[in-house]
Design a protein around this ligand. Sequence first.
Ligand code: WT7
Length: 639
Amino acid sequence: MKVEEKFPPPKELAKNAWIRTPEIYEEALRDTESFWAKAAEELDWFKPWSKVLDWNPPDSRWFVGGKINVSYNCLDRHVKTWRKNKVAIFWEGEPGDKRTLTYDDLYLEVNQIANILKQMDVKKGDRVTLYMPMVPELIVAMLACARIGAIHSVVFAGFSAKALRERIRDAEPKILVTANHSYRRGKIIPLKQNVDEALEESSSVERVVVYQRSDTEFTPMKSGRDFWWHELTVDAPLRCEPEPLDSEDPLFILYTSGTTGKPKGVVHVNGGYLVGVATTQKWVFDLKDEDVYWCTADIGWVTGHSYIVYGPLALGTTQVMYEGAPDYPQPDRLWEMIERYAVTIFYTAPTAIRAFMKWGEEWPKKHKLSSLRLLGSVGEPINPAAWLWYHQTIGGERCPIVDTWWQTETGMILITPLPGTTVLKPGSATLPFPGVKAEVVDKDGNPVPPDQGGFLVIKTPWPAMLRTIYRDHQRYRQTYWKRIPGAYFTGDGAKKDQDGYFWMMGRIDDVINVSGHRLGTMEVESALVSHPAVAEVAVVGKPHEFKGQSLTAYVMLRGGVNPSNALKEELKKHVRQEIGAIAVPDEIYLVDKLPKTRSGKIMRRIMRALLSNEDLGDTTTLEDPSAVEEVRRWLKEIK
Ligand code: WT7
């Protein structure tokens, strides 16, 4: 579907938005360092920086010499003002329990947990792993780490015990914070049980802090290791001075999938990250004090880190936070909540939007959504049909949509409209954020002509970019800076149109995007190969109506193993245990052979291109035509 229609910003917004001068783009590119320095001045620093940027490709240091504390910026500076009693979080549990936390409430809890961590001998630079559901205590724990300079590593609560163990092994935390369980579609998910399993083998974790989500079920606690959050906080001191940290001290590690079987620990630092995230939060979402903002992501992913925790809190925002599934108890849960809290800004993912479309417009129609003034989208390309539905049915044709392109590694939004300024085109993430130099290039780094596909790269550093892969700086250089000369390689394909608008074409590496969640095909392959019945595997992504992409696994069994449907089910269960439910392939084919090149490499790229009806010229210049024929034949045989 091609949509020619353009959507200029509504007049009211164009008048009142934080940013409304197109000149800002030229200004920011002309003197990028002054642009970011001005942005950094909106935060509170203990000590000013002496140099905005120290760029030693591919290593950058921002706000060199500056001292800052992220939790101070998210809490202390607000509680000194009228925002002390402003609502920070309207929280709602899936079963319907509700809590309202002001900035002062958050502040006190964070101080307490920071003290508890200190009592447990957590020092600056120590890692703390957080494996928690969507409860305010997760935010509290993150900010408590930030307050004392500990590095948090949040592991998405949907990951299995094994995936958690792997991430613990890499980060080597002293402390793990979790909850006894969480809720999902009315079911109880036993998180603490996963933790116990993950810690079975020897591990760096000395103590486990357990938040009691509810006391409906008995939770075994290991004496001397496990402590209840609510017991620890009874007499923990209410004041903990924020540690002045170096701009470049790490703030967190977040694991994300790459093209190998091992997830990468993306490292973000205090100063630049907060500058990038707070600035984009303010400009892209046009956030004002009177807004009620809601981002539906899970904090286990980068969207939650940047645009639930650090961005909104740095700006003193009031936000809605929800624990559970969007269709529980009914498919209008989100719309009902938007109406009840009078949400003004709503940020979600295309996969969710397509699910809403499937459930039917009668659900949003039941509710008054007139409080909304701005909508956002993130995680994968939004198809024009979903864009238009979102615009009409949720936005009442009144709300602009900011389609925001970014990555775990970029930390902050990099390609996006600015509401009030940018004319929108459904399906396009539009233009690079001021100060960001994005380009579409060929494999030698030369820009390609308009409307032609190429690699999406970023040509100059930005403050919130990752600094390294935890304990593997070589992999950082290799993955992001070696593919295209002189540029950061995003792993995405894209086109730029005649107006300079960017159109994302999805990943061009072996990473796929299932329901907005990033998965490495290699990771799923290693999970499958670890099953005793399996000899070799190829996992490929293919377009899926709701998920964006889905996983298909071609599994070659070991000699003597008989194929059966029961075995397929067992393999699915195995992947669920190894990684988690999100990684379970939709389809598993048990095959006799896999198509390989002469050097023995499985031809995944061709398989994927054929399964997706991709233009082979666009994506697979490297393959020879006879190989394409071979894979085509092979796929036919399987069907
Ligand atoms: C990949 C990054 C950034 C937060 C969520 C995902 C894809 C993300 C868009 C968008 C087209 C998008 C890209 C990117 N992506 N946003 N607006 N339009 N594609 O973070 O797990 O690090 O995944 O998500 O392919 O590389 P992530």
